[in-house]
Design a binder for this molecule. Structure first.
Ligand code: HEM
Length: 191
């Protein structure tokens, strides 16, 4: 059984700031301004030190889906993959040099996400219940009212890329009908 997750929690400014940079680098600054307008937001400036309402993230991703014609899940997944090098850089002190993709994923909840929670009482990364099945395989149970499971899948792919293991790692997500729970099976090909 996985822990429940509170409703209506704000999202860390870092995630918004990286979304802004993602749009600016993949497209350009004027696309970001159009996106902010389409999302109905008053400002497109986000500080790493603040948190912002969930609805603003939903509005931005929803507007991006409308503008690109890509499904929300696809956009979240791409963005999740893009986030990884920055997250790793920001929290590099917590990374152990001997870790590979599976080790890092196994330690995210109690190491990186625990640190994020300590930094600010309003920070609320999702609870990730990770079960290491063997040296080659683990399962991540993601539960969040924010329904950002595809972001989690993208982060897993980004972590595999970070460790230069993208060709070896299979990622198989199974999503509940309401999107609040995602089980992500991650397997490393031993050969
Ligand atoms: C270096 C490793 C990681 C760091 C530093 C990190 C940090 C963070 C931070 C700062 C947030 C924003 C929290 C908030 O808004 O209050 C977040 C959210 C999130 N993280 Fe992580 N994270 C890491 C790894 C992972 C991994 C491996 C996964 C998935 C397997 C993951 C899944 C997510 C998701 C899906 C969210 C969005 C919020 C939600 O769905 O409720 N993160 N993370």
């Amino acid at each position: 059984m996985v822990d429940s997750y509170p409703l209506l929690t704000p999202v860390h400014g870092t995630i918004f700031a990286l979304l802004k940079r993602y749009v600016q680098t993949q497209y350009d600054h004027s696309t970001w301004l159009r996106l902010v307008e389409a999302a109905g937001l008053e400002s497109g400036d986000f500080s790493h030190k603040d948190v912002y309402p969930d609805e603003q993230m939903d509005a931005l991703v929803g507007a991006a889906a409308g503008m690109t014609g890509l499904p929300v899940a696809e956009l979240q997944e791409r963005f999740g993959e893009y986030l990884v090098p920055d997250l790793m850089y920001m929290y590099q002190k917590l990374l152990q040099p001997h870790w590979n993709t599976l080790d890092m994923l196994e330690h995210t909840e109690l190491t990186m996400h625990a640190q994020v929670r300590r930094e600010h009482s309003q920070n609320a990364p999702p609870v990730l219940n990770v079960t290491r099945l063997s040296v080659h395989e683990l399962v991540i149970d993601y539960v969040s009212a924010r329904r950002m499971g595809p972001l989690a899948v993208g982060i897993v792919r980004g972590v595999a890329r970070y460790y230069d293991e993208a060709d070896l790692i299979d990622v198989t997500p199974t999503t509940s009908e309401d999107g609040q729970e995602v089980r992500i099976r991650v397997r490393r090909n031993p050969f």
